[in-house]
Design a protein around this ligand. Structure first.
Ligand SMILES: [Zn+2]
Length: 220
């Protein structure tokens, strides 16, 4: 056990200096008597994962623009992807700040972004870019953000069910576009539906308690 000569105390744990007087200690270190408290989530880890993902998406969108070099009307694909990255950041920030309301906040975010871009599209002579690109891309990036947030934060069973429902809901929006043929270019909608399906399967695979809880509720 460590000892401080000045205070004449024995100190349990691996102290470099005396916890009372900050003076030097001598003797062998012992195991710390304090339990290791795991962090609920690491803010740094969230931001690092998100930063790398954003960088990959933005560079990828530049690469796609260079490869296809399409003339864009309205916001276009590239700027829709940028909008999606910003939306993803907002969703993760909401999830980190206030877990449960983040699901509601994400739905409002998609509604506002979708509504504004559809109105803009309508004012500039309706090319359908808002429904082809903006809404599915914002939905898909929100799903990805929810998956990242859920992965790095510790959550209760109730939170898992809320977020699984959110991922399903965000995947349903582009399904409507596909069914009713509202999106002139359906590629982004298909990608979003696929991301939603994969996300739901991931959620169920990650959280067996939520899966059991869901099965219990569905049986009732
Ligand atoms: Zn001391």
């Amino acid at each position: 056990m460590k000892r401080c000569r000045a205070c004449r105390v024995s100190i349990e744990g691996d102290w470099e200096v005396c916890p009372l007087c900050r003076g030097p200690v001598e003797g062998e270190a012992t195991a710390s008597p304090l339990p290791r408290v795991p962090l609920v989530f690491s803010r740094r880890r969230v931001l690092r994962v998100l930063f790398v993902c954003s960088l990959v998406v933005i560079l990828g969108s530049f690469a796609i623009q260079l490869l296809f070099h399409r003339g864009t009307s309205g916001i276009g694909v590239l700027r829709s992807i940028w909008l999606g990255v910003v939306a993803g950041w907002l969703v993760v920030l909401m999830a980190v700040r206030k877990r449960r309301n983040a699901a509601k906040g994400t739905v409002y975010l998609v509604l506002v972004v979708g509504g504004v871009s559809a109105y803009w599209d309508y004012l500039t002579g309706w090319h359908g870019w808002s429904l082809s690109y903006v809404v599915p891309i914002v939905c898909a990036s929100s799903i990805a953000a929810v998956l990242i947030a859920v992965r790095v934060m510790r959550m209760e069973v109730g939170d898992h069910i809320v977020y699984s429902g959110l991922i399903g809901l965000l995947g349903l929006v582009p399904i409507l576009f596909l069914v009713f043929g509202w999106a002139p270019n359906p590629i982004a909608s298909w990608v979003c539906v696929a991301i939603s399906a994969v996300g739901l399967m991931r959620m169920l695979a990650w959280f067996p308690e939520a899966r059991r809880e869901l099965a219990k509720r569905l049986r009732l």
